[in-house]
Ligand binder design. Structure first.
Ligand SMILES: Cc1cc2nc3c(=O)[nH]c(=O)nc-3n(C[C@H](O)[C@H](O)[C@H](O)COP(=O)(O)OP(=O)(O)OC[C@H]3O[C@@H](n4cnc5c(N)ncnc54)[C@H](O)[C@@H]3O)c2cc1C
Length: 306
């Protein structure tokens, strides 16, 4: 007769090994209604690169139902809608990386995607899967870009900002249907005053999980910075905006004194999660250094004075 502990272990192995039923809806509405019907027993699957690592590591059990998004119409591709660049969540990271439209309208997103995993993973992995991961390396870039996310929950359409999504994860039953970046290609061409930066620091140079990621996008006028958004994330830290540094920079011309104040503001506001690979103080200093150095690079003429 099996003892209690043995029975639990056998059950969890059965859970892990059980093959799910795979569903292939053709429309977002059909996918969302399947999720509503199956509830927590169903999981949306995009490239499945993250899901596989979770199943293999035992951090998630194999669901009873997999809702494969691969055949859902209208979830793939990069287009323009008025002033917005619209990215379908099933667009692969490789497609984002090589998109001329994104290189023009959202260069920090392209930089972010380049730094995720390696070629083989990026060919399968989708931007939507990275966003829903919440700590994916694209999320700081999307926050700095002031991106919006469109979702389908049952039959209800919901729009949130990337910043809101990262701060308060919504119900897992939502289907991400588009990622929208303001400005668009035409706007970006007209906007010669834009400056931006994206940096990821990992445990090694490439093909590495992040320790710290920062993303910056702003505009400058003759009399100083007219808009700026800074986001910091990395590791298991949910990306957040560095609003105190933004407030200091708005209307200013970064000189050595201002950059010192920005460094201290990031050090104070960025609250990373610690793990066995890096202490939180190291992550804080790295984030503060990355932000100050990126701004120094953009404004080195004024920054070197004072
Ligand atoms: C070797 C390796 C290295 C990696 N390196 C990195 C890295 O450096 N940086 C990084 O950020 N990530 C990394 N990842 C994690 C992962 O590959 C990426 O985050 C990838 O973008 C996830 O996309 P996917 O399409 O494979 O998502 P999936 O695995 O299919 O799904 C991920 C999650 O998103 C949900 N989901 C997917 N699409 C939707 C949708 N449209 N609506 C609602 N929910 C949805 C799924 O249910 C699941 O919960 C790595 C993975 C591997 C295997």
């Amino acid at each position: 007769m099996r003892r209690e502990g043995e029975r639990e272990m056998a059950m969890s192995q059965e859970e892990l090994l059980r093959s799910p039923a795979v569903w292939q809806p053709r429309s977002p509405e059909e996918a969302a209604s399947m999720k509503t019907a199956f509830g927590p027993d169903a999981v949306y699957a995009a490239g499945s690169t993250l899901l596989r690592t979770q199943w293999e590591a035992g951090t998630a059990t194999m669901p009873r139902h997999l809702i494969d998004l691969g055949r859902v119409a209208g979830l793939k591709g990069i287009t323009e809608d008025g002033a917005e660049t619209v990215i379908g969540p099933m667009t692969t990271l490789t497609e984002c990386r090589t998109s001329e439209r994104l290189a023009e309208s959202a260069p920090i997103l392209v930089e972010a995607v380049k730094a995720i995993a390696g070629w083989s993973v990026r060919n399968l992995a989708t931007l939507g899967g990275n966003v829903v991961f919440r700590v994916g390396d694209s999320v700081p870039a999307l926050i700095a870009l002031n991106a919006s996310l469109e979702w389908l929950e049952g039959s209800r359409r919901v729009r949130t900002s990337a910043e809101e999504w990262a701060a308060a994860p919504s119900s897992a039953s939502r289907l991400l249907t588009s990622i929208r970046i303001p400005g668009g290609e035409a706007g970006a061409r007209a906007n010669a005053k834009r400056f931006c930066a994206y940096h990821k620091v990992g445990r090694r140079e490439a093909f590495t999980p992040s320790l710290v990621t920062i993303a910056i996008q702003g505009t400058r006028e003759e009399d100083g910075i007219s808009s700026i958004r800074i986001a910091a994330g990395g590791g298991q830290t949910t990306p957040v905006r560095m609003t105190r540094a933004e407030e200091l920079l708005l209307g200013g011309r970064p000189d050595a004194n201002l950059l010192q104040a920005v460094y201290e503001a990031v050090l104070e506001q960025y609250e990373p999660k610690t793990d066995p690979f890096a202490a939180d103080l190291y992550r804080k200093q790295t984030a503060a250094n990355l932000v100050a150095a990126a701004l120094w690079t953009q404004f080195r003429d004024s920054a070197s004075k004072g």
